[in-house]
Design a protein around this ligand. Structure first.
Ligand code: FAD
Ligand code: FES
Ligand code: FES
Length: 1258
C-alpha cells in the first residue's frame, strides 16, 4: 500500500491507510507525535497558533522554507516535506535565538499564540535567507494573532533580526544562521537544491474513513483517476486552504492531490504571461513583481502584487493556489475572491481542460461553466500598454487577514492622443451581491467621454449608483455601507490615475490607500526602576517566557491523549425562545465512533454550571431542560472518538421545538420598546448637592455600546479522567473553586473526590471566571457516565455562540452645563444587558466607574440590569468599569460638542479636585504630547485635505480597583538546597502573577529568584480560592506571600542567631535539623486589602479615509499611574495589551445577530475581527507614573485592566475626524451624532454622510 513520506524535525515519518481524510498535519503532530508545542484554535487559517515551517520542493526543484497553517494542511499532502515545529528549532537544552529574543522582549503573555509567532518568524528568516528589512518583518504577520500583548513587544523583538535595524541587540545572529541547514534531509542535496523525483507512479491510498487519496504527477493522471473513479464525488486538493474559507462538512469520496503536478506550477512568457493555475499565491506575487520590474507592458502587475499582499496572509498564500481561489468563487458566488476581481479587470483568460477539449474563457465566463471533470490549467495575463490605467482597492475591516467587505478594480483604456478620452472601461466589484461583478452600464457610459471632467465623473456616479446591486450577506456589513464604499472606490480609482495638474490638491488625499500605505510602527516605554530594590521593581521577562516561546509550557489541551479518550461537543438549540419538543440523536449515534448523547435527564446530580454555594452567584443550568432561552443554548452533549466526529455528530441531532410566537429581544433598545418589565434597578445613587443654577445648555441623549467576544486563543478547555476515588479534572479556569463545586454538585459526589488542576490559561480576560464551567461540567459528566477519559475543547464557533460576552450597555442621560461645560446637574441611567439571566454580577463593578475622575456631587446616577434573549453575558476585561468609565467620557465629549469647546477643557473643569493623581498624569501628558501644537496641526491638515481627516482626542480615567477575598498561599523550602516552591490560589493567565510573586519572595527572603519556583494550582493543596480577577489577584497573592515570608523569617530568626554569617542554604538546613517547619501558609482575606483607584490618560491621533472608513492610529500617548511597579516590563505589556483590546472594541470588533432568529452571524475568525499587528498605533508612547500606592501591596496598583478604558480616546478621535468631514458636507461642526458602538468602516462612512455631488476633481 502506498504511503506519504515526510520528516518532522529531522525524523522520517509516513502516513497512509490508518488516517482519515480530514486528519491534518496539526492532528498528526499533536496526537500521533505528541508534539504539543504547535497549538490550534480556529482550524480555518485565521489565528496562526498552528503555524509550522515546511521546506518544500518548488516547481524548479529548489527547496524553500515556508510558514503554513498546520490546521489547514491534510497530512497526506505532506509528501517530501521537511516539517519543522517549535520543538524542532530549540528547546531547554539550547533555545533558538528567535525564542530567546521574543522572551527577552516580553513578547509572550499567556503564551498560547507564541509558538505560532516563533515559527512564522523562523520561516520568514529561512525563506529570505536572513535578509529582511524592518518593514518586511512588520508586514509579515497577517497570519498571526495575539489577544494579550498588543503586538508592540513582538514586533520590537522580531525587528532586531532586520538588516536595517539601528542597533541589532541580538548577540547571536551568527548563531542563528548556524541553525540553518542543520536538519536531516534524506535527499541528495546541493546547497538548497534537491533532486526530487518529479515523475513517478501515482500514489493511491484507501483511507480509514473509506475515502481514496490519490497523489498524481501529471494532468493526464487526473483524467485517469476520473476515468477509474467517476466524477460523482471528488475534490482536487492543492493547498487545501479553501476549507478555511468555505468549511467542508465532510470530504468527498475521492481526493486527488494535484500539488505535485508540474504543468500546473510553471510560468512562461508567450505574448501573454502564462502562469500555471496551481501556482501558489506567493509565487504568483513573485512572478508579478519580476515581470513588473523587467517589462514595461507588465509594469501594471506591481499593482496586482500590492493588492495580493492583502489577500489572506503569508501562510495561506504559501500553499494556496490561483485555481483553488477561483474555484471558491465558482462554488459560492458570494465569496469575495480578489483573484477573480483582478483577473477579470485586466482581461485575463483561464485555460480550462476537460477530457474532450481545451478552452480559454474569461473569468466571468468561467463562473457559469460546469467544472465537473475539468481542470483550470493556466491563467493568461495580457500585456498592457501605457494607455491603460489600472487601480484596485479592497475595503477591509482591519489592516490584514480579512476578506473584502467590498473590493473594486478598474481598468481604463485612454486615447493615446489626449490621454483622457475613454476607449474602453472595465469596472469590477466583489462583495456586493452574488451576481453583480461588472458595472456594464457605467463602462458603456464612459466610452468616448473625457474621464477627468467633473460632469463626466458625476454622470458616471449616477449611472453606477443606479446599477449597483447590493444584497444582504449574513455576517457582513450593511448593504447601505457596501454601496457607499463601492461608489467611493470608483472615485478613488479615478483620483489614482488623474494627472496631478487636473486635480485640485485638496482632493488628492482621496487617492491614498491606507491598507497599502502605513509607515513602520514604533513604540517608546518610559518608566523608573530602582536597582536597589531588585528583584522587586526589576523589569524582567516572565519566568515562563522561554518555555512559552519553545512550546514547552503545558496548557490543558497539551495533556497527552489517553487510551479510550473521548471528545465532546454541545448540541445547541436552533431557536431563541420556546420549548424543546423531542430530541432524536439516532442519526448522530449511527455514525461509527459516535458513542453517546446525554441530555439534562442523564445528569446524576443537579443540572448546573454554576453552584449557588459560591458567594454572589445563583445556580445556572448547564443543559436546557424544557425551556430554551437563547439561540445556541446547549441542550445536550455528544461524546465521540474524535473531535471532528463529535462536532459533526452534534449537528446531526434532530430536535423539535415549540417556538415562541415572537421575535427575540436581542438588545436593550428592544427591551425598552417591547418589554420594559425586564429592567431591574440595581442601585440608585442620589446627588450629594443641589443642582447648580448656572445653566447654559441642557442636553438629553441616549448612547449604546455592544458586546465584545473575549477571543481567548485557548478556547474553553477541559480534560477529565477517571481516578481512583472519582475524577481528575484539568481545566483552564480563573475560578477553580466555582468549577470544583459545580462538578461536585452535578455529579453528586464529594468535592474531595474531584482533583482539579489548573495548569495555566491561554488567555482569559474574564471569559474563564464562570463560563469555563461549561466545558468542565460537561466533560466531567461524560467521564463519569462512560468511565473514560474525556477532552472538551470548544471549537471557535460554539465558543462564540454559547459563551457570554462583554455586557452591552445603554446610557440615557440629561445633563445641564454652564458655558464652560461645568456640570450643573446630571441624571444618568446606565442599563446593562446581562443576557437571559443575571448570573455574573457586573453592576456592582459599574457603579464606582460612573464618576470616573470627576466631581459627582451633582450627579444622580442609577445602574439597571436588563435581561435579553441572548446567552448570559459575563465579565470581560475591566467589566462594568470599562462600560461606565467610557460612558461618562462620552458625556464629556457630548458637552464639548454642544458648546464647541476643547473636550480636554470640559474634562478639566469637571475634575474631582481630590484626585491629584489624575491631574498629575494629565499634566505629564500635556507636557509630553505637544497637545496644543498638534491640535493646530490636525486642524491645518483637515483644512488642506478633503478625503483624509484627522482627529485628536483624549480620554481620562480614575479606575476603581476592588479588593478581593480569600486566596491561599503556601511556601515550601527544601532543606537540601534551600530551593523554594510557591503554591498559590491565583491562576497564571498571562498577567505575570508567578513572576511577580517570585520577585516578591526573592526580595523579602533575599534569595536569588532562580531558586524560587511556582507550581500550578490544584484544589487539593490550595482550596477555596476566590477567582483570579479584577487586576487585584497579583497584589493579593504577593501580599499573602509576604505574610508567608515573614512567618518563615520569624521561625528562622532564632536559628540565624546561632550561625555565623549564615547562607540561605545552611540556614534552612540548620532549621530543618532543629525540626522547624519549613512550610508556611497564609490566607488573604478582604481585611487585608483596601480599594484604590488607578489614574491614567491617553491622547490618540487618528487618520480616517472618508471614502472607505478605513483608518490609522497615528500616535497614542498614554500615561498611567501604576504605583511602585513590581515589574515595570510586565506592566507595560499589560497596558499595551489592555489598550489594544479596547481598541478592537471601538474599531474592528462587531457581533452581528440575525434579528429574526437571534443567531450570531459573526462566529468565525473570518468575520469577527480583533486588531492585528498592523492595527496598533503607529507611534505608541507609554509612560508609567511612579507614585507609591500606600494601600497597594509593596506600593503597587492595578494594571491589567484599566488601560482598556483609555482606548475610547480612539473612538472620540475618529468621531472628530468624521465631524471634520461632515462640516465640509454642510453639517455644523459641533453637531453631535450617535455612533452607537464600534467605529467600524461602516460607521465611519455612513456617519460621514458624504453626498455624491462632493466627488469632484476640481
Ligand atoms: C484565512 C484565509 C483568508 C483568506 N483570505 C482571502 C482573501 O482575502 N481574498 C481571497 O480572494 N481569498 C482569500 N482566501 C482564499 C484563498 O486564497 C484560497 O483558500 C486559496 O487560494 C485556495 O487555494 P488552494 O490551492 O488551497 O485550493 P484548495 O483548497 O486545494 O482547493 C479549493 C477548490 O478548488 C478546486 N481546485 C483546486 N485546484 C484546481 C484546479 N487546478 N482546477 C480545478 N479545480 C481546482 C478544488 O477541487 C477545491 O474544490 C483566504 C483563505 C483563508 C484560509
Ligand atoms: S488553528 Fe490554524 S490558523 Fe487558527
Ligand atoms: S500571548 Fe498572545 S494570545 Fe496570549
Amino acid at each position: 500500500m502506498d504511503r506519504i513520506t515526510f520528516s518532522v524535525n529531522g525524523e522520517p515519518y509516513s502516513a497512509g491507510s490508518e488516517v482519515d481524510s480530514d486528519e491534518t498535519l496539526n492532528d498528526f503532530l499533536r496526537i500521533r507525535l505528541n508534539l504539543r508545542g504547535t497549538k490550534y484554535m480556529c482550524k480555518e487559517g485565521g489565528c496562526g497558533v498552528c503555524i509550522v515551517a515546511v521546506t518544500i520542493p518548488d516547481a524548479d526543484g529548489r527547496r524553500t522554507t515556508y510558514s503554513i497553517d498546520s490546521c489547514l494542511t491534510t497530512i497526506l499532502s505532506c509528501q517530501d516535506w521537511e516539517i519543522i515545529t517549535v520543538e524542532g528549532i530549540g528547546n531547554r537544552q539550547r533555545y533558538h535565538p528567535i525564542q530567546r529574543t521574543l522572551a527577552k522582549y516580553n513578547g509572550s503573555q499567556c503564551g498560547y499564540c507564541t509558538p505560532g509567532w516563533i515559527m512564522s518568524m523562523y520561516s520568514l528568516l529561512e525563506n529570505r535567507d536572513y535578509d529582511v528589512t524592518e518593514y518586511e518583518i512588520e508586514n509579515s504577520f497577517g497570519g498571526n494573532q495575539c489577544r494579550c500583548t498588543g503586538y508592540r513587544s513582538i514586533l520590537d523583538a522580531f525587528k532586531t533580526f532586520a538588516k536595517d535595524t539601528p542597533k541589532p541587540s541580538l548577540d547571536d545572529i551568527e548563531d542563528l544562521k548556524l541553525c540553518k541547514n542543520k536538519r536531516n534531509c534524506n535527499k541528495s542535496c546541493e546547497e538548497d537544491w534537491c533532486v526530487v523525483p518529479r515523475r513517478g507512479k501515482v500514489k493511491k491510498i484507501y483511507l480509514r474513513d473509506h475515502k481514496t487519496w490519490y497523489r498524481v504527477n501529471e494532468i493526464n493522471d487526473i483524467f485517469q483517476v476520473w476515468r477509474n473513479e467517476g466524477t460523482d464525488s471528488y475534490m482536487l486538493v492543492d493547498g487545501n486552504t479553501g476549507r478555511g474559507a468555505i468549511h467542508i462538512f465532510e470530504f468527498p469520496r475521492v481526493l486527488i492531490d494535484i500539488s505535485a503536478v508540474y504543468e500546473l506550477k510553471i510560468h512562461y512568457l508567450d505574448q501573454n504571461l502564462i502562469i500555471g493555475a496551481g501556482t501558489t499565491l506567493t509565487n504568483t506575487m513573485k512572478i508579478f513583481k519580476n515581470m513588473a520590474e523587467i517589462y514595461e507592458e507588465f509594469s501594471y502587475l506591481q499593482k496586482l502584487y500590492d493588492h495580493l499582499d492583502l489577500v489572506a496572509h503569508i501562510p495561506v498564500r504559501n500553499v494556496g493556489s490561483i485555481a483553488g481561489n477561483l474555484m471558491l468563487k465558482q462554488r459560492d458566488m458570494r465569496f469575495q475572491s480578489d483573484l477573480f476581481l483582478l483577473l477579470e479587470a485586466i482581461g485575463a483568460f483561464l485555460t480550462i481542460v476537460s477530457a474532450e477539449s481545451t478552452v480559454d474563457v474569461t473569468p466571468q465566463e468561467f463562473l457559469s461553466i460546469d467544472m465537473r471533470g475539468k481542470i483550470i490549467t493556466a491563467i493568461k495575463i495580457p500585456p498592457l500598454s501605457n494607455n491603460y490605467k489600472f487601480a484596485s482597492f479592497k475595503v477591509m475591516p482591519r489592516s490584514q487577514n480579512a476578506v473584502a467587505q467590498v473590493h473594486g478594480a478598474f481598468l481604463y483604456e485612454l486615447d493615446p492622443n489626449d490621454h483622457e478620452t475613454v476607449k474602453s472601461a472595465r469596472i469590477l466589484y466583489g462583495g456586493l451581491s452574488k451576481t453583480f461583478t461588472h458595472a456594464y452600464r457605467t463602462e458603456l457610459f464612459l466610452k468616448d467621454k473625457k474621464l477627468f471632467e467633473n460632469d463626466v465623473l458625476q454622470g458616471a456616479l449616477k449611472v453606477l449608483h443606479d446599477e449597483i446591486i447590493v444584497e444582504e450577506f449574513p455576517g457582513m456589513l450593511s448593504p447601505e455601507f457596501r454601496k457607499k464604499a463601492a461608489l467611493g472606490l470608483f472615485y478613488k480609482g479615478l483620483l489614482n490615475i488623474i494627472p496631478a495638474e487636473l486635480l485640485n490638491v485638496r482632493y488628492a488625499s482621496g487617492a491614498v490607500d491606507l491598507r497599502k500605505y502605513r509607515p513602520l510602527s514604533k513604540g517608546t516605554e518610559v518608566y523608573d526602576t530602582n536597582p536597589v530594590l531588585w528583584p522587586l521593581n526589576e523589569p524582567m521577562p516572565k519566568v515562563e517566557a522561554l518555555i512559552q516561546c519553545a512550546g514547552e509550557a503545558l496548557y490543558v489541551n497539551d495533556l497527552p491523549t489517553q487510551r479510550k479518550e473521548v471528545y465532546c461537543a454541545f448540541v445547541t438549540a436552533k431557536i431563541a425562545t420556546g420549548e424543546i419538543g423531542h430530541i432524536d440523536p439516532s442519526d448522530a449515534l449511527s455514525i461509527p465512533g459516535v458513542l453517546a448523547f446525554y441530555s439534562a435527564k442523564d445528569i446524576p446530580g443537579k443540572n448546573i454550571l454554576i453552584s449557588g454555594r459560591v458567594p454572589l452567584y445563583d445556580p445556572q443550568i448547564l443543559l436546557a431542560e424544557d425551556r430554551i432561552t437563547y439561540f445556541d443554548q446547549p441542550i445536550g452533549i455528544i461524546a465521540a472518538e474524535t473531535e471532528v466526529l463529535a462536532n459533526r455528530a452534534a449537528d446531526l441531532v434532530r430536535v423539535t421545538y415549540k417556538k415562541d410566537n415572537k421575535k427575540p429581544l436581542l438588545d436593550i433598545r428592544d427591551v425598552k420598546m417591547f418589554d420594559p418589565s425586564r429592567i431591574t434597578l440595581y442601585k440608585a445613587t442620589p446627588a450629594e448637592k443641589e443642582p447648580g443654577v448656572d445653566v447654559h445648555s441642557v442636553i438629553r441623549e441616549s448612547e449604546n455600546i455592544f458586546w465584545q467576544y473575549h477571543y481567548t486563543m485557548e478556547t474553553q478547555s477541559c480534560v477529565t479522567r477517571p481516578s481512583e476515588e472519582g475524577i481528575d479534572a484539568y481545566s483552564a479556569s480563573q475560578y477553580p473553586d466555582m468549577m470544583h463545586l459545580a462538578i461536585s454538585e452535578l455529579l453528586n459526589i464529594e468535592q474531595s473526590r474531584i482533583n482539579l488542576v489548573i495548569p495555566r490559561c491561554g488567555g482569559a480576560y474574564g471569559a474563564k471566571i464562570t463560563r469555563s464551567s461549561y466545558t468542565a461540567t460537561a466533560c466531567a459528566l461524560v467521564t463519569y457516565l462512560l468511565n473514560r477519559p474525556c477532552r472538551f475543547v470548544m471549537d471557535i464557533q460554539p465558543n462564540i455562540r454559547v459563551i457570554g460576552k462583554r455586557l452591552p450597555c445603554n446610557l440615557d442621560y440629561e445633563v445641564a452645563v454652564n458655558s464652560i461645560g461645568e456640570i450643573q446637574y446630571l441624571h444618568y441611567n446606565l442599563y446593562q444587558d446581562v443576557g437571559y439571566k443575571d448570573n455574573d454580577p457586573v453592576a456592582f463593578l459599574a457603579v464606582p466607574g460612573v464618576k470616573n475622575c470627576y466631581d459627582k456631587s451633582r450627579w444622580n446616577y442609577s445602574v439597571f440590569s436588563v435581561t435579553t434573549d441572548t446567552t448570559s453575558n459575563t465579565y470581560a476585561r475591566s467589566p462594568g468599569s470599562f462600560e461606565s468609565v467610557c460612558m461618562t467620557e462620552h458625556i464629556m465629549e457630548r458637552i464639548a460638542y454642544e458648546l464647541d469647546l476643547d473636550p480636554l477643557q470640559v474634562r478639566m473643569c469637571n475634575l474631582n479636585s481630590e484626585y491629584t493623581d489624575v491631574r498629575d498624569v494629565l499634566e505629564t501628558l500635556l507636557e509630553d504630547s505637544d497637545y496644543e501644537k498638534r491640535k493646530m496641526e490636525v486642524a491645518d491638515f483637515n483644512l488642506k485635505n478633503r478625503w483624509l481627516k484627522r482627529g485628536l482626542r483624549v480620554a481620562i480615567m480614575s479606575w476603581p480597583g476592588t479588593p478581593l477575598v480569600d486566596f491561599h498561599i503556601y511556601i515550601t523550602v527544601y532543606h537540601g538546597d534551600g530551593s523554594i516552591v510557591i503554591k498559590h490560589g491565583g491562576v497564571e493567565i498571562g498577567q505575570g502573577i508567578n513572576t511577580k510573586v517570585i520577585q516578591t519572595v526573592g526580595f523579602i527572603l533575599k534569595v536569588p529568584i532562580s531558586k524560587i519556583k511556582t507550581k500550578p494550582l490544584d484544589v487539593a493543596s490550595v482550596p477555596n480560592n476566590f477567582s483570579t480577577v479584577a487586576s487585584r489577584t497579583t497584589q493579593a497573592i504577593c501580599f499573602g506571600a509576604i505574610k508567608c515570608c515573614q512567618l518563615l523569617l520569624d521561625r528562622l530568626a532564632p536559628v540565624r542567631d546561632t550561625i555565623k554569617d549564615p547562607t540561605w542554604e545552611n540556614l534552612v538546613q540548620a532549621a530543618f535539623e532543629q525540626g522547624i517547619n519549613l512550610q508556611v501558609s497564609y490566607q488573604v482575606n478582604s481585611n487585608d486589602q483596601e480599594p484604590h483607584r488607578t489614574a491614567g490618560i491617553a491622547l490618540s491621533e487618528v487618520e480616517l479615509d472618508i471614502l472607505t472608513g478605513e483608518s490609522h492610529i497615528r500616535r497614542v500617548d498614554l500615561v498611567e499611574d501604576v504605583g511602585t511597579s513590581v515589574n515595570p516590563e510586565i506592566d507595560i505589556g499589560q497596558i499595551q495589551g489592555a489598550f489594544t483590546m479596547g481598541l478592537g472594541y471601538w474599531t474592528t470588533e462587531q457581533l452581528i445577530y440575525d434579528k429574526e432568529t437571534g443567531q450570531i452571524l459573526t462566529d468565525r475568525t473570518w468575520n469577527y475581527h480583533i486588531p492585528q499587528a498592523k492595527d496598533i498605533p503607529i507611534d505608541f508612547r507609554i509612560k508609567l507614573r511612579k507614585n507609591h500606592n500606600p494601600v497597594g501591596t509593596l506600593g503597587s496598583r492595578s494594571v491589567a485592566e484599566p488601560a482598556t478604558c483609555l482606548a475610547v480616546s480612539v473612538a472620540f478621535a475618529l468621531k472628530a475626524a468624521i465631524a471634520a468631514s461632515r462640516e465640509e458636507t454642510g453639517f455644523p461642526r459641533n453637531q453631535w451624532f450617535n455612533v452607537d458602538g464600534t467605529y467600524s468602516v461602516e460607521a465611519n462612512v455612513l456617519h460621514s454622510q458624504v453626498r455624491l455631488e462632493e466627488f469632484l476633481y476640481r
